[in-house]
Write a protein that binds this ligand. Structure first.
Ligand SMILES: [Zn+2]
Length: 408
C-alpha cells in the first residue's frame, strides 16, 4: 500500500517538473514579446508578482531560471530528470549576471552549459560553495532592508572607502548648519537637497509661494479704491484724489496712481475697438468703472499689448516648457498612466517616468496638456513600437543597449 502512495507522489513530482518547465518556457515567450508591457506592467518581475501572485523570491527564481533555460537549452532535460531545480538554476544565473557585469562582457553559452553540468545533482548549499570557488571575486549581496514597527525600516548597506569618504566630507562641510548629524539625518539632508531641485511637487509649491509673495497688493488696492469712490457720491472723484494726493504723506501717496498714469490707461483702453469711447463730459471714474464692468473686471491692458501677440505668434519651443512638464507631472502624480483596456490594469510605475506625446511631435503633435502624459520607459517604448514598428524600436534598443530592470 505504501509503495502505491510512493509511486503516486513520484508521478506527481514528474508532473510538477513538466509543469514548471512549461511555465519557464511561457515566461520566456512573454519576456521575448514584452507582453507584460501590453498587460500594464513595467517589467517581467512586476507581472510575475502582481498578476501571477508569486512571492518576490519565487518570482525572482523563476525569472532567473527562465533566462538560463533560454541560453542553455539542455537545462530543460536536466529539470525533467531532477538534476537541477529552480533554486540552483537561479543561483547560477545570478552568478553569471554578476560576472558579466564585473567583466563588462557576455559569458559564452558553452561556459554556461559547463556551469550547469557542474551543479547537476548538487544541493542549494553545495551550489553556493561551488560558485564561490569558480567566481572568487564575486561579493555577497551588499544591501538589505528589513521592516520594523512604527513604519520604520533597518537599512544595511556596505560602502567602499571612496563612498564613505564622500559621505564623511559632506558631514564635515555641513557641520556649520548640521552639527553631530547621524547617518540617517545626513541621508535625509542630502535627499532634501536633491528633492528641492528635482521634485516637481516641491518646485510647484515654491513657485506658488513666490507668486503669492510677489503679487502687488498696492495696485489692487488702488483699483478697489477708485471703484469704491465712484459708488459713493460723497467721496471725492479721482481727479480730486489725484490733486489731493499732493498733500498725502509719502507712504500713503504711493497707494494711488498718478493722474497722468490714469489718463494714459484710459487713452490706451479707449483705443481698443471693443470699448466705447469716453465722452468729454463723462467723469473719468465712471469711465473706468464701466470698463472694469464690461471686461468682467479683468485686468485692463493697453491695446498695443494685445495686438502684438495677435500679429506675432510665438513659435512652439522644441522642448516641453518646464512649467508645463511640472503641470503634467502633478496631474498624473508622477506615475505611468498606461492602462491595459481589457483588464483596466494601470501600470503606475514611478521608475524612469518620462513625459510622452500622445500624438508624436514628429507627426505634428503639440506641447499641450491634453497631448501629454506620464509614461514609464517600458510603456513609452511600447507606444513608440505601436507607432513606429517593432523592428525600428529593436534597432534603437540594440544601439543604446538598455539596462534590464532588476528587482530590488
Ligand atoms: Zn508603465
Amino acid at each position: 500500500m505504501s509503495q502505491i502512495l510512493l509511486q503516486e507522489i513520484k508521478n506527481l513530482v514528474q508532473q510538477e517538473r513538466r509543469i514548471t518547465r512549461s511555465i519557464l518556457e511561457k515566461i520566456n515567450e512573454v519576456d521575448h514579446r514584452r507582453l507584460y508591457a501590453t498587460w500594464g506592467y513595467p517589467n517581467l518581475y512586476e507581472w510575475l508578482v502582481k498578476d501571477l501572485g508569486y512571492s518576490h523570491s519565487a518570482a525572482y527564481r523563476r525569472m532567473q531560471a527562465a533566462r538560463l533555460l533560454k541560453s542553455v537549452p539542455v537545462v530543460s532535460e536536466k529539470m525533467q530528470s531532477g538534476g537541477v531545480n529552480l533554486s540552483t538554476l537561479a543561483k547560477v544565473q545570478t552568478a553569471i549576471r554578476l560576472e558579466e557585469r564585473r567583466r563588462g562582457g557576455k559569458i559564452s553559452s558553452e561556459t554556461k552549459q559547463e556551469l550547469v553540468q557542474k551543479i547537476e545533482n548538487k544541493s542549494a548549499q553545495e551550489t553556493d560553495f561551488l560558485l564561490a570557488e569558480i567566481f572568487p571575486e564575486q561579493k555577497p549581496r551588499q544591501e538589505h532592508m528589513r521592516a520594523l514597527p512604527d513604519q520604520e525600516v533597518r537599512l544595511s548597506i556596505t560602502l567602499n572607502s571612496e563612498q564613505l569618504g564622500k559621505l564623511q566630507k559632506v558631514r564635515e562641510l555641513s557641520s556649520h548648519t548640521h552639527l553631530n548629524t547621524t547617518w540617517s539625518e545626513l541621508i535625509e539632508m542630502l535627499s532634501d537637497q536633491f528633492l528641492n531641485k528635482k521634485d516637481p511637487v516641491r518646485m510647484n509649491q515654491r513657485e506658488q509661494n513666490k507668486a503669492r509673495s510677489s503679487s502687488n497688493p498696492i495696485k489692487i488696492q488702488a483699483f478697489q479704491h477708485l471703484v469704491q469712490k465712484n459708488q459713493d457720491p460723497q467721496k471725492p472723484s479721482d481727479h480730486q484724489i489725484s490733486q489731493g494726493s499732493q498733500s498725502l504723506p509719502g507712504s500713503q501717496k504711493s497707494q494711488y496712481p498718478r493722474k497722468n498714469q490714469i489718463d494714459q490707461t484710459a487713452q490706451d483702453s479707449e483705443s481698443s475697438s471693443n470699448v466705447p469711447a469716453r465722452s468729454p463730459s463723462q467723469p473719468l471714474n465712471a469711465s473706468l468703472t464701466q470698463r472694469l464692468s464690461d471686461a468682467d473686471r479683468k485686468r485692463v491692458r493697453p491695446a498695443s499689448f494685445k495686438t502684438s501677440f495677435k500679429t506675432k505668434p510665438r513659435p512652439e519651443p522644441k522642448a516641453i516648457p518646464s512649467a508645463l512638464r511640472r503641470k503634467i507631472w502633478l496631474r498624473d502624480d508622477g506615475a505611468c498612466t498606461y492602462t491595459y483596456p481589457q483588464t483596466g490594469q494601470r501600470c503606475g510605475s514611478r521608475i524612469l517616468v518620462e513625459i510622452d506625446h500622445l500624438e508624436p511631435k514628429a507627426f505634428g503633435g503639440r506641447h499641450t496638456a491634453d497631448n501629454l502624459r506620464c509614461l514609464c520607459r517600458t510603456h513609452n517604448h511600447l507606444a513608440a513600437e505601436q507607432k513606429l514598428g517593432r523592428n525600428l524600436m529593436d534597432f534603437y534598443r540594440r544601439s543604446f543597449s538598455f539596462k534590464e530592470v532588476q528587482p530590488s
